[in-house]
Design a protein around this ligand. Structure first.
Ligand SMILES: [Zn+2]
Length: 197
């Protein structure tokens, strides 16, 4: 049984009884929609790393791994969809799965944005600690800079702070610092700043 690529109804003839598109027209419509959805997904995928630099959660690296996983699975689905569409194969289930992925980077971005912007101004907690080491991976856009400090949280040895380039250059291992942390409006603690003590 074949289904219309555009609306998903069963088709017996070349023209879909439901939306009236021929199989060639349905393929064009399907491709156009796939491109649009992928653009929406990619835009959200740019917003998330950007916001994660402004309101970096303490568990940023864990979130980035999760985000990376979503990103590559979604793109793999898009590639398979494109190929199946070209071969006019059934892709209803995969289409539905893909639409589930489209809003994910936007949901993650909105979570960071709300968590950071709606956080009350005065409630920074300053934790005294020392710098353990630093890590710098030059990247195409902004790179990844981490200041590793000894953790103040129980059961955690080290905190990996997503610092900006100024703070990264300012501190070295052994420095005594205060780390400012905000609780987050959604309960996701995020790194606010690092200061010399
Ligand atoms: Zn149709």
């Amino acid at each position: 049984m074949t289904r219309c690529l555009d609306c998903g109804s069963e088709r017996i003839a070349d023209q879909c009884p439901s939306c009236g598109l021929t199989s060639a027209a349905a393929e064009v419509m399907f491709r156009r929609r796939l491109l649009k959805r992928t653009a929406v997904f990619l835009l959200g995928s740019l917003a998330f790393p950007y916001l994660s630099q402004i309101y970096p959660p303490l568990e940023l690296d864990l979130m980035l791994v999760f985000f990376g996983l979503i990103f590559f699975v979604a793109l793999a689905i898009a590639v398979v969809l494109e190929r199946r569409g070209r071969n006019r194969q059934d892709l209803e289930a995969l289409k539905r799965l893909y639409s589930g992925f489209i809003p994910l980077p936007w949901i993650l971005s909105a979570t960071l944005l709300v968590n950071g912007t709606l956080d009350a101004k005065q409630n920074v907690t300053y934790h005294p600690t020392t710098v353990d080491s630093r890590y710098n991976m030059p990247g195409i856009v902004r790179g990844t800079r981490r200041l590793f400090v000894h953790s103040w949280r129980e059961g955690q040895r080290i905190e990996r702070l997503a610092v900006n380039s100024d703070d990264f250059d300012r501190f070295h291992s052994g420095d005594a610092v205060f780390v400012g942390v905000k609780p987050g409006a959604l309960g996701i603690p995020w790194y606010f700043g690092v200061y010399r003590r």
